[in-house]
Design a protein around this ligand. Structure first.
Ligand SMILES: Cc1cc2nc3c(=O)[nH]c(=O)nc-3n(C[C@H](O)[C@H](O)[C@H](O)COP(=O)(O)OP(=O)(O)OC[C@H]3O[C@@H](n4cnc5c(N)ncnc54)[C@H](O)[C@@H]3O)c2cc1C
Length: 527
């Protein structure tokens, strides 16, 4: 007989398998010797009470042979001689998972990316951090694995109806992630481990006969009677395309501009914008776990917080316990911050985006105030607004990707910070009045929110917290529409907008699921 039970026990108890076995036996009401084994199916921490608890969902085997859980292995056939070829632009999670799916379905993917492979990319990222010089084709967003490679690698999604979350997690394990991502309620891989996983995916694509090109950027395409015939790349190559999966991510502004120039319909898409907050991790641990020192069996604490202020949503975004704030810009003179953490989450800081929902009105007001000429179509309005904020943040930092920052208390009081606390951001921070950088409504909403959050999380509103600008790439500012059933662009029958860039994903898991979905549909069409 098998049964599923839920245990809520101390984290230190959860770390002792024999003790867990005793609790399991008690919970199902049998003698210890009748339990032949158990699998932990889900593990989470409940920090709401005075004493944090581990919550375990366990499958117990009683009086029958215990079977170890076998890893799911997906086999990829050889497609080197496949007749059908599909071009995928962008080797982020959406593009990589689309390529793997096409191979499973017997189709040869040709994957092209403007950036470099992971090792060469790492050097460009080091130059960005240490010297303040950016390579516009190889950075935190562009290159092998896309924005997913040097991301935090949190693998949860709220869009679990969009695809098979479990399958994507199993694929990550197949390519090198540890199996605990299958049981953790909030799985996390970590920036140090992601690059080798991404490389293993690329090696699988190549060894199965797929083609992968780096340093190859889509720069143009020709359309004839609603079909893309040829795509042109930056190295002068012309590639014939039966189908094109466009998975270029939310930072490929040149692609949005190219579509606009070609009069392919795009729309501006509301997104959220704000700042990144950094606290000492110890402080967040104290707040969340209600203890002076974090128990070694507890992970560094995280938080998720949101509220409505004046009818506008303000919420934490991509929280990174034990993490680092990173320059996620893609162009010179534009400053974007984001966050990541290593697998152990052992840095002394906790950072999180804190962002406010944006609409066209906010964008228009800001662009007018900044006296920016509005010379673009509606589809690019929010993208141009995003760019204007990033330019302002860059200028406020004084160059070389130094970020403008203020103590949280000074941000709220509207006063200057004489000095700034230590910060994880490697290019450095510079004291600067952030009300000059942000749209008024974003600044005012955040001011109110920090005070409110301080009431809900005692100690959150503090002069030990640093506010860093600008967190501007939370999701795409553009939507590339697609047919709701056939998933191609309504005007171009073989163009498949995919992943986060065209507005169909918001993170690694949802981008990967969208990649699989599009690839399956293209394969169905071909068969
Ligand atoms: C620092 C950081 C931390 C993050 N942390 C997390 C996290 O913890 N969890 C999470 O779920 N998400 C996280 N994200 C977001 C996540 O990485 C993205 O949501 C995800 O990568 C989107 O996948 P995608 O494939 O749609 O696009 P992308 O990953 O953006 O990939 C797009 C690819 O297209 C390529 N490309 C662009 N233009 C062209 C062109 N013209 N020709 C050829 N190639 C082109 C780019 O080089 C890039 O490789 C983080 C992002 C960053 C930057």
């Amino acid at each position: 007989m098998q049964k599923t039970v839920q245990l809520t026990i101390l984290p230190s108890e959860a770390a002792q398998p024999e003790l867990v076995r005793q609790y399991v036996a008690k919970s199902v009401g049998v003698h210890l010797h009748e339990i032949s084994g158990y699998h932990i199916q889900k593990r989470s921490i409940d920090g709401r009470g005075r004493q944090p608890r581990a919550v375990l969902t366990i499958r117990v085997f009683i009086g029958e042979r215990f079977e170890e859980e076998k890893p799911v292995i997906i086999r990829f056939p050889d497609v080197s001689h496949a007749k059908r070829k599909v071009i995928i632009i962008g080797a982020g999670p959406a593009g990589l998972f689309a390529a793997l799916r096409l191979i499973e379905r017997g189709i040869k993917p040709v994957l092209i990316d403007r950036g470099k492979e992971v090792r060469a990319r790492r050097r460009d990222i080091a130059i960005l951090n240490r010297q303040g010089l950016i390579n516009p084709d190889s950075n935190y967003c562009f290159g092998e694995g896309g924005a997913g490679t040097y991301s935090d690698g949190k693998l949860y999604t709220r869009s679990d109806k969009r695809g098979d979350v479990r399958r994507i997690q199993h694929l990550f394990v197949q390519f090198g992630a540890t199996a605990d991502i299958l049981t953790e309620a909030h799985p996390h891989i970590g920036t140090n481990k992601l690059p080798s996983i991404i490389s293993a995916m690329r090696m699988q694509i190549e060894s199965s006969g797929g083609i992968v090109h780096y340093n190859k950027k889509l720069v143009d395409f020709s359309i004839n009677e609603g079909i893309i015939k040829i795509i042109k790349t930056s190295d002068g190559d012309m590639l014939e395309a039966a189908a094109v999966i466009l998975a270029t991510g939310h930072s490929a502004r040149d692609i949005f501009q190219l579509l606009e120039q070609k009069k392919v319909h795009i729309e501006s898409k509301p997104f959220a914008l704000g700042v990144r907050i950094e606290h000492p991790q110890e402080l967040i641990d104290r707040i969340q776990y209600h203890t002076i020192t974090r128990n070694i069996h507890l992970p560094p604490a995280s938080y998720r917080i949101s509220e409505q202020i004046g009818g506008r949503g303000v919420f934490s975004f991509c929280m990174c316990p034990g993490g680092i704030i990173a320059p996620a810009s893609t162009n010179a003179c534009e400053l974007v911050v984001n966050g990541w953490s290593p697998s152990k989450r052992d840095n002394p800081f906790a950072n999180s985006g804190m962002v406010v929902s944006i609409d066209n009105n906010i964008a228009l007001t800001y662009l007018k105030k900044e006296q920016k000429k509005i010379r673009f179509s509606d589809g690019l309005l929010l993208m141009e607004f995003q760019r204007a904020i990033e330019e302002k943040a860059f200028a406020a930092g004084g160059g070389k990707f130094v970020a403008p920052a203020q103590r949280m208390t000074d941000f709220v009081a509207g006063t200057h910070s004489g000095s700034l606390p230590a910060c994880s951001y490697i290019p450095g921070v510079r004291e600067s009045a952030l009300r000059e950088v942000l749209p008024d409504v974003v600044y005012e909403t955040l001011r109110q929110a920090f005070v409110d959050f301080g009431k809900r999380m005692k100690g959150y509103f503090t002069d030990e917290a640093l506010v860093v600008a600008a967190e501007s790439r939370t999701s795409s500012p553009v939507r590339i529409p697609r047919d709701p059933h056939l998933l191609h662009h309504p005007e171009i029958q073989n163009l498949y907008p995919c992943g986060e860039g065209p507005g169909y994903a918001g993170g690694i898991m949802s981008a990967a699921m969208d990649g699989e979905r599009i690839a399956s549909l293209v394969a169905d069409k071909f068969s």
